[in-house]
Design a protein around this ligand. Sequence first.
Ligand code: UT7
Length: 329
Amino acid sequence: MIAAGITGVHGWVPEYRLTNEELSTMVDTTDEWIMQRIGIKERRILKGGKATSDMGTEAVKGLLEKTGTKPEEVELIITATVTPDMMFPSVSTLICHKAGLKNAWGFDVSAACSGFLFALTTAEQFVASGTHKKVIVVGADMMSVITDYTDRTTCPLFGDGAGAVLLEPVEEGLGLIDHILEVDGSGYKNLHMKAGGSLRPASHETVDNREHFIFQEGQAVFKVAVSKMADVSVEIMKRNKVKPEELKWLVPHQANMRIIEAVARRMGIEKEQVMINIQKYGNTTAATIPLCMWEYESQVSKGDNVILAAFGGGFTWGSIYLKWAYDVK
Ligand code: UT7
């Protein structure tokens, strides 16, 4: 098995900032409630007829530039998303076209907020087996198109964004070390989009019933999210003998500040060990983890112990333990 590691990370977010103040003019809410219960100040919204693949393409182009990688060197791209531009083709296919990845093949992974972890673990297999040397993993979601801006219980939560990492062979002992990924399909009832798939194709009725938006039972999701994310993160620390003080960074999915704090508490780590940017971008689903790594990149060093953790629709959840593989030049 060849060690596979992240050797570069880049992110892209749209310019438009939807603030709590603006949201308060759209639904019955306040900045105070959103900050206390969720911890989000603003989120970015993609406008101008653009879609998820456009954000992914920007992240990939920036990644290629900063890592000095030629587009034609990339062999595979895997995109995690639940908001593809269309049902088909895949976002990965569109990014190949738009970013000029002429020699790459690709496909999408659907695992909601855990999508980036599922895609990264999938990508790892191609590098570890020796069949691929340069693989890009993208997490990209345009949540604004499936967010109901008349529903105050969900609309403050979500935003748009994309992040991308380059995965390559690295020296032994660095890179991805271990993962725990799990699903429980019975959780679908608490978090899903009712229509637009094969069960309830789009119709006048589904549009009139506002069924093309995120449906969420917030409290039910909250409880499972804390326990499942914490359970797998504690487990992965234990089985890799990483003590809380030896962990440099937890990179948690950014859904709710209270979930992040509760998970950190259960892992026995301090807030200074946790990457947090929820206040700026909200929940960008598959993009939260790469966007965090992008923003904190200069504070991570070669050999650092890092745990990525997520929970999302499905239910899906998981944790990845890695040793950071590079220093920023
Ligand atoms: O990433 C995918 C996974 N998703 C998540 O992890 C999300 C998990 N869930 C959550 O983050 C939280 O459950 C929410 C942020 C969605 C809701 O927070 P909560 O503390 O669970 O609130 P709640 O649903 O228990 O509602 C408490 C009260 C209710 O009023 P009453 O019935 O007590 O009078 C709501 O109607 O807060 C009210 N409320 C609001 N008030 C002002 C709900 N949304 C709002 C709002 N502004 N935006």
